[in-house]
Design a protein around this ligand. Sequence first.
Ligand SMILES: N[C@@H](CCC(=O)N[C@@H](CS)C(=O)NCC(=O)O)C(=O)O
Length: 257
Amino acid sequence: MNTGSKRLIRLYTYAMSPFAAKVHCFLLYKGLDFECFYINPLRVKQDLPVGRQIPVVRIGDECRADSTPIGLWLDERFPDQPRLLPAEGPERERLLAIDTWVSNCLIPGSFRSYPGDGIDHILNGWKLSRVMANTAQGGLPLWLRAAWPLLITRVGFVRRLVAMADDGLPVRESKLKLYDEFLAHLGDGPFLGGRDEPSLPDLAAYPQFALYYITGFRGGEDILERSALMEWLGRMRPYVDRNPPLMPAAVCTRDLP
Ligand SMILES: N[C@@H](CCC(=O)N[C@@H](CS)C(=O)NCC(=O)O)C(=O)O
């Protein structure tokens, strides 16, 4: 087994990126030594080794972008560490289909819910800027932090994701509907696909519920209304409460119960 030195694997991330958080959980679950490089959104071109999107993983001299392909690559590169997916067969396809639901439904829904509407939009927008300013290399200028709630929904990829999420329901109702869809995928569990251990879609979904709660977002506590969801989050924690933490302690305002 070669998990490499602390320096060998690097995750290029934004602390609140739901796609980067997926990959962060993959790396934690596989028990790999890695470090996080928190990209400054003003320096993407200079600091990101490939492309223009977060996440990117560098292993030695090789880089990969795109969260799910990165997960498949990690299984290829580190087959002796806990696998994210079975190597082949119908179960692998079923688990990948749930991951597609996470990327195409759950994550777009989170982009709509946070910041949210009305006063939530402003306050959650400032929370987003606070997390970014406190984690990104070099921080953010004050004017940009202040303008973040206004700017965030004008960014191209955020607009595209929010458009994917829009199902006509008010923000809170559509979020609770997504929680129920998740629980339908979970079925009798204990993990997605009826498995005894987490797999790629569990690790993809976990941060979409946990991140907004631990960073104190308004509305993040809605997860408490679904006890089966909270129980699953509790079952996931031993696999992801590892280092480096999903969210630096300095920007966490509450622990999951
Ligand atoms: N399909 C990609 C989506 C990644 C993505 O949308 N990343 C966002 C941050 S959450 C980003 O870097 N957007 C900047 C842009 O698209 O210009 C994945 O699964 O990793």
